[in-house]
Design a protein around this ligand. Sequence first.
Ligand code: IPE
Ligand code: IPE
Ligand code: MG
Ligand code: MG
Ligand code: MG
Length: 294
Amino acid sequence: LTLAEAVRQTAAEVDRALDALLPHPHGFHGRVQEAMRYAVQAGGKRLRPFLVLETAALFGAPRDRAMRVACAIECLHTYSLVHDDLPAMDDDDLRRGRPTTHRQFDEATAILAGDALLTIAFEILADEATHPDGAVRAALVMDLARAGGHEGMIGGQMMDIEAPNHDFGAKEVIELQARKTGALFEFSCQAGARLAQAAPQDFENLRAYARDMGLAFQIADDLIDVIGTVEQAGKAVGKDQEAGKATLVSIYGVEGAKAECARLAESARQAVAGYGPRAERLAGLPAFLLDRAS
Ligand code: IPE
Ligand code: IPE
Ligand code: MG
Ligand code: MG
Ligand code: MG
């Protein structure tokens, strides 16, 4: 199985699990459930679930439990996209190759669907089926709250909005991205260790891996914004420059950013090298993402 095939196959499995976990529209409030499904089922690469499932396998955590955590992070990630696309934020019409949720429904419904996807993530984690030990469930809830909150993804979104008012250099852009996208990747990579109650050193290894792979991912996303097509991206391109947002691509240039991305991919590979062939897919993922963007 090539990495591309493995990612695709896992995504199909995650899609089925999400279908089983998401509510079906019913009653006078059915519209919000319909919008939740619309946003999630538009597809997406399911990279964060892939990371949860791969790291869980690394430590021998049962796959059915890992799949629930994978679905939780994908719900939270999808909420972040639904809100990111709103007129008050990036004001985008296209997401995952389809009209954005507020375009397909309306703004109020998109806000509510995002809110509901955020909260259902915690409902999924807190359920006994996720782990029999309440302390492990509480730790997962805490991890996700921190990753998605004001010091994590939300903090990054705030920095992103502030960016055009500041002259951000590489250091600030790296901080922005570590929060905006890195935090959810870090959660995803450490979730396997959490489920298996792995050793502190394992959490450290996965944090190092996630930091490099998250930044490599974001550089690849920024490269797609500059050199990609709408068809390839499934979303509008050229938005960062238009909004005057500094990215590592605007700072280093396209070739410099590719080189930095390659360096990060190698560093990420090193971080999990100690796990041997079992971590082969994790090790290869950042380089695979750079390939997609080139
Ligand atoms: C897009 O994330 C938003 C960013 C964090 C840059 P993905 O590229 O993982 O989007 P999907 O889930 O595949 O649609
Ligand atoms: C959004 O970053 C990341 C989150 C939703 C947290 P972007 O605004 O760069 O994502 P895209 O390019 O619209 O997917
Ligand atoms: Mg944005
Ligand atoms: Mg956006
Ligand atoms: Mg982007």
